[in-house]
Design a protein around this ligand. Sequence first.
Ligand SMILES: Cc1cc2nc3c(=O)[nH]c(=O)nc-3n(C[C@H](O)[C@H](O)[C@H](O)COP(=O)(O)O)c2cc1C
Length: 415
Amino acid sequence: MSVKYEKLFEPIKIGPVEIPNRVAVLPIRGVVHSPNAFADVDYISFFTRRTRGGFGLIVLEGTSTSTFEDHYTMNMSLRLYEPSHVAPFKKLTDAVHAFGGRIFVQLTAGGFGRQYFDPNGIEPPVAASPIPLDIDPAYIATNLDKNPRLMGRLKGLVPVEIKQSLIWELIESHYNSTILAIMAGFDGVEMHAAHGYFGANFLSPNQNTRTDEFGGSFENRTRYTRESVKMAMKAIKEMHAEDRFVVGVRTSADEHTPGGLTKEDIVKIHEMFIKEGCSYVNLSDGPGFEKWKYLFPSEDMMPMRMEQAKYFNEHFDVPVLISSIHNPDLAAEVADTCDHVIVALGRQAYADPDWPKKVKEGRPKDVVRCRRCNLDCYMYSRMVNAPERCAVNPECGFEGYDPANWPVSGQLVRK
Ligand SMILES: Cc1cc2nc3c(=O)[nH]c(=O)nc-3n(C[C@H](O)[C@H](O)[C@H](O)COP(=O)(O)O)c2cc1C
């Protein structure tokens, strides 16, 4: 192993779960699963390929906890709310474990929230408050300005304000989904409250104008995610899984918007979730699609990301996942200076599944670098619900054709 990158490849514990190194795959939603949203062979092989390449942890994409999202035309979320959903996931977790990785699943009860985007402009989103999306063209991420559908619809439809009784139903759905996640062999669940999605719509003071128990004060705005965390903790306790299963929350690191959440707010929010039993923090960035560039940052935004890594490493005692640091040397610097930060890669994990292996062997120049172009992983796929591909990795999406990505029977014994 190259000494320079040593720290990146030291194991780290998230609660009771030992992660073999400090390099993770971020939730990258909608990769290649089947049209009825089950993990199929292509989907499983996409992740075993990344585990074979040395990623220690996978956080699976946003996954529905109830039928709430099912009616949306543009919904392709994975589902984990019925016993029949367990088997395909069990195959996935067994396969990832067989190759030595760990795997969490991100739960998104309310999906896109006010960012739900119907390309036909008919179906309104359902969100905390009726505040329509207003995308700032100055912050469109690279190449997304080439999408005429998006550019013609920078202002969203007015969301339907979700009823209190339905919010409680969605909160409760986390209990059932966590039970199913444990049965499916996952090592943890993560609540999605980041970058302008449903959970974030409650947290953010300028996305939430409610006057009931879910709006206004800090206590009320955090209630939706806090109660969801409590539901997950209850499920873990009932399943006697405290020694092998964890909960975390993903928020943005900062909303970079007047009246939005600041990094100081984010510390306060996660401290509250940690008190409820969360074992790690996952941080994305920005208010969501309104300032898209923070979610899909370009290379010139890395100094800010490095600052964030240092700031949150100082302010939290639990492991923190920091996104977007694709450059192996910057990743090594983070690992050296921030002792409980996990370098977490999204688009870069599409571009080169062997990023960890090559870096560990001291071959960072061999890494196929993500161009941060957002084309095949997002614009030509996610925005129209087609399978994701990658502009620099022709293998991406076709991993299922390579038997090396399939575990063999003897491998399927969990160590
Ligand atoms: C196709 C695609 C799907 C994504 N899906 C999710 C998701 O389900 N949940 C989530 O929290 N973030 C999601 N993200 C955001 C990534 O997790 C990550 O924060 C973002 O891509 C920036 O990191 P990167 O620079 O390493 O790509 C997605 C990103 C992409 C490109």
